[in-house]
Design a protein around this ligand. Sequence first.
Ligand SMILES: NC(=O)c1ccc[n+]([C@@H]2O[C@H](COP(=O)([O-])OP(=O)(O)OC[C@H]3O[C@@H](n4cnc5c(N)ncnc54)[C@H](O)[C@@H]3O)[C@@H](O)[C@H]2O)c1
Length: 336
Amino acid sequence: MYNQPFHSEDLSQYRFLVTGGAGFIGSHIVEYLLKYKAGKVVVLDNLSTGFRQNIEPFELNENFEFVEGDISCFDTCAKVCSNTDFVIHQAALGSVPRSIKYPVATNNANVTGFINMLAAAKNYKVKKFVYASSSSVYGDSPELPKKEYIIGEPLSPYAVSKRVDELYASVFAKLYTMEVIGLRYFNIFGPRQSPSGPYAAAIPLFIFSVLNNKSPVIYGDGNQSRDFTFVENAVEANIKALFVNNNEISGKVFNVAVGNQTTVNDLFNIIRTIANSNLKAIYQKERPGDIKHSLADISMAEKLLKYKPGIDIQKGLDITFKWFKKMYCSDLKQTT
Ligand SMILES: NC(=O)c1ccc[n+]([C@@H]2O[C@H](COP(=O)([O-])OP(=O)(O)OC[C@H]3O[C@@H](n4cnc5c(N)ncnc54)[C@H](O)[C@@H]3O)[C@@H](O)[C@H]2O)c1
């Protein structure tokens, strides 16, 4: 992965802070930065949903540092921001169902943690703050494809938290002339996405089920659709947002997706074909807080960030399936 750079700058002159860098998307951003010889990459993570094993391969690199800490503590945020050029903020508690069960914990990480990081980055005058938002902010808006400036009412505490982040980011950009860019991710998937626990996302769950020869659960009739986006495309958006030279877009938020719609039933069929499996899914009633359809208009990111997602869902699923098979093969042999 990352066979071509998304930047033209010399990264060795810069220090980067990746919050949530032990998680799925964050660890890919770290991998990219180290591959292209970043001067320093610091990860701040409390390992609540991330894994030490995601960053283990980086710990041999002298330009890498791991700080175990929580973004809900302002002093921790200040300490890591005091010596960095760029902040790539990924740390948050993900998952709509988790936020419905744990709204206070979600708010602590996603809103208190977010403003702590934003304020610390402001105090230390970082060059740019790029952060993860979510397509969940489109809420009950029926508009398709989703355009950045048409959003509905949030349907979950998670969506509220991401919307509040966007509002804080916009206000900080205006009031303190900070360089801040938000990225509304649409269903990111790829290697290292966790398949375990009650809040795992559909793609790792489906792949893991198929590898285990166990039927996965599909909530609803499976005709709900998403703009599934391979993680390398999300990394591209982050890198391009970091280095785009246009202060008129500070405070803005951009859709990060591919611009293609796939139903959950079709997704499961693609995975079954890759795996050469004829397993059937088990259908259960749809979950509260979930949106029915999601498809991004990515023209704003294409135009202003020069974002050009290079990996489509089929190729992304091929890469992801191979990775899961290699990773979990020995575990599977032990459990079957
Ligand atoms: N994966 C997706 O499809 C998707 C979609 C939309 C938005 N997002 C957002 O992208 C970001 C990364 O998501 P991900 O899928 O990699 O999730 P993840 O759970 O794998 O990564 C999040 C990381 O943040 C860390 N973290 C959580 N709370 C923290 C805290 N209080 N202090 C320090 N670290 C903390 C976790 O330990 C984890 O390593 C999140 O902000 C998420 O909301 C993800």
